[in-house]
Design a binder for this molecule. Structure first.
Ligand SMILES: C[S@@+](CC[C@H](N)C(=O)[O-])C[C@H]1O[C@@H](n2cnc3c(N)ncnc32)[C@H](O)[C@@H]1O
Length: 212
């Protein structure tokens, strides 16, 4: 299988955000393997869903969550165009309902959260701190020990700073309890507050055994 290109589509995203989105993809590509289960917590136009679907291959599965029906339709069209629809389940559902949507025994290898609003759509429809934290907790409880979660936060829109702080403090709490390694980075090439990438992964076991 050829690995999918890391570059996010600059035609879809603000070009200033692309380095951060690409960094998230690089981290995901380092752990996600054919046959794995991945979650796209914010499907939008489906670019990240396609990226995940190519990595998990025909034996893997991606479950995607999105609250806007037009976005879901466009994402589905994109998946069909690429012949990836059989390995993806799109849920027209808030990611805070993840526990209702996944089997109790499902083990997630990687999850992507690309927060904020959908470019080219209604900018008042955004992710929110409260529901994002519920979704992160649900993903975390099901995460494989060799997996990880990436969260791209946008502090520059109304509510975005609060959400960014909430995500960073959730990640720091996981890390300070010893459960996780958590880190974050931002490309400082913008006068507006740049997006912040937060990455959280389970702490490796002392014997180096990373399996669940
Ligand atoms: C930055 S966009 C995602 C871009 C997308 N990953 C892509 O590749 O096009 C954020 C998306 O989160 C969606 N969203 C907002 N609240 C949500 C929620 N509670 N659950 C799932 N998606 C949500 C928005 O509708 C929007 O499409």
């Amino acid at each position: 299988m050829n690995p999918p290109p890391i570059r996010s589509d600059p035609g879809t995203f603000d070009p200033r955000f692309v380095p951060t989105l690409d960094e998230a993809r690089r981290r995901i590509a380092a752990v996600l393997r054919p046959g794995d289960l991945a979650v796209d917590a914010t499907v939008g136009w489906g670019r990240d869903t396609v990226f995940l679907a190519e990595l998990v291959g025909p034996t893997g599965q991606v479950v995607g969550f999105e609250i806007q029906d037009e976005a879901i339709r466009r994402a589905r069209d994109l998946l069909v165009q690429r012949g990836l629809q059989d390995r993806v389940t799109l849920k027209w559902l808030g990611h805070e309902r993840l526990n209702d949507a996944l089997d109790n025994r499902a083990v997630i290898k990687a999850a992507m959260f690309n927060l904020g609003y959908l470019p080219g759509s209604d900018h008042t429809v955004t992710t929110r701190a409260e529901s994002t934290l519920i979704a992160l907790e649900a993903v975390w409880r099901r995460l494989d020990r060799s997996g990880l979660v990436t969260i791209v936060c946008y502090p520059g829109h109304p509510g975005g700073m609060e959400e960014t702080h909430a995500v960073a403090s959730w990640a720091a709490d996981r890390a300070s309890s010893g459960d996780a390694i958590a880190w974050s980075c931002a490309f400082l090439n913008s006068r507006r507050p740049p997006p912040r990438l937060v990455i959280v992964a389970p702490t490796p076991r002392p014997n180096g055994n990373a399996s669940s």
